[in-house]
Design a protein around this ligand. Structure first.
Ligand code: BV8
Length: 228
């Protein structure tokens, strides 16, 4: 059994569920009758920018009413205490890992609290509605889109993630259905390079068969117990 020095953790919407943030594919997985896949696309933004901005404005506003849970906090403690390489890759666009204190953290699908300017390409912090058409603080143009990776767009920092997966000794997936690529393929990459793989999820995921071990239950219970 290889000694564990380098850890990569992948989280999905399930880790934020106990904080009150809706998951994508649970009973609450629809938004105003829209499938997320239909709203979270560049085509939807072209077709109806007001609808897409409203979808993200509402989720951004919700962040002010939710808080990190025991799972987010346990991962932040692990990050602080772990002497080896450590990378927490989240698919989530909420700021709960950030607020819990995670430092070695990467938002591969972007963040609700960030805006991307279509005019100058610069990013800026966004704390209120984009529907109201705020100007970009860098170029003063009204051209801000959510800094979110939509379906059909390339997730952020994929080279850094692939390098971490190639070098990790342990890959842990928490709270994700394993339905969306490339994140859903990370377990196979890690295993290919000889890492041990552990899944913690409420239900079996699409990728459960690829994990050495799958623990079923709530992240708020399983993750602190695993970290301690
Ligand atoms: C790309 C931001 C190419 C948006 C998101 C056919 C085959 C393979 C791939 C494809 C295909 N057709 C299309 C594709 C590509 C597509 C894809 O995978 N589609 C799927 C639907 C088949 N992927 C893409 O488009 C990606 N980009 O491929 O680019 C490319 C290449 C070169 C150049 C340019 C482009 C981009 C995908 C990113 C989309 N953006 N998020 C937003 O948030 O609005 S995806 C979004 O859904 C999430 O970020 C997450 O990644 C994904 C899945 O969600 P989960 O986090 O897993 O949440 P879910 O609700 O599904 O599951 C929650 C789980 O938690 C459940 O299992 C549940 O049991 C569990 N749970 C619930 N409560 C708890 C719990 N667990 C523990 N405790 C609890 N309390």
């Amino acid at each position: 059994m290889r000694e564990i020095n380098n850890i990569v953790i992948l989280t999905g919407a399930g880790i934020s569920a106990e904080s009150g943030v809706a998951t994508f594919r649970g009973p609450d997985g629809l938004w105003e009758g829209h499938r997320v896949e239909d709203v979270a696309t560049p085509e939807a933004f072209q077709r109806d920018p007001a609808l897409v901005q409203k979808f993200y404005d509402e989720r951004r506003a919700k962040l002010q009413t939710v808080h990190p849970n025991a799972a987010h906090k346990a991962l932040a403690r692990l990050d602080a205490d772990w002497g080896g390489d450590f990378l927490l890759v989240t698919q989530n666009v909420d700021d709960l890992h950030d607020r819990a204190g995670s430092k070695r953290l990467l938002h591969m699908h972007g963040e609700l609290l960030s805006g991307l300017c279509l005019a100058c390409g610069e990013r800026s912090a966004v704390h209120k509605d984009l529907s109201s058409g705020p100007a970009c603080p860098h170029c003063d143009q009204v051209a801000l889109r959510p800094d979110i990776v939509w379906f059909g767009e390339m997730p952020y920092q994929m080279e850094r993630i692939e390098l971490a997966l190639a070098q990790c000794d342990l890959f842990v997936s928490i709270g994700t259905s394993g339905a969306v690529y490339p994140a859903a393929g990370f377990v196979r990459s890690a295993a290919h390079y000889g890492a041990r793989t552990l899944e913690m999820n409420l239900d079996p995921s699409d990728g459960s068969l690829y994990f050495d071990e799958s623990r079923m239950g709530k992240a708020g219970d399983l993750v602190p117990a695993w970290v301690e």
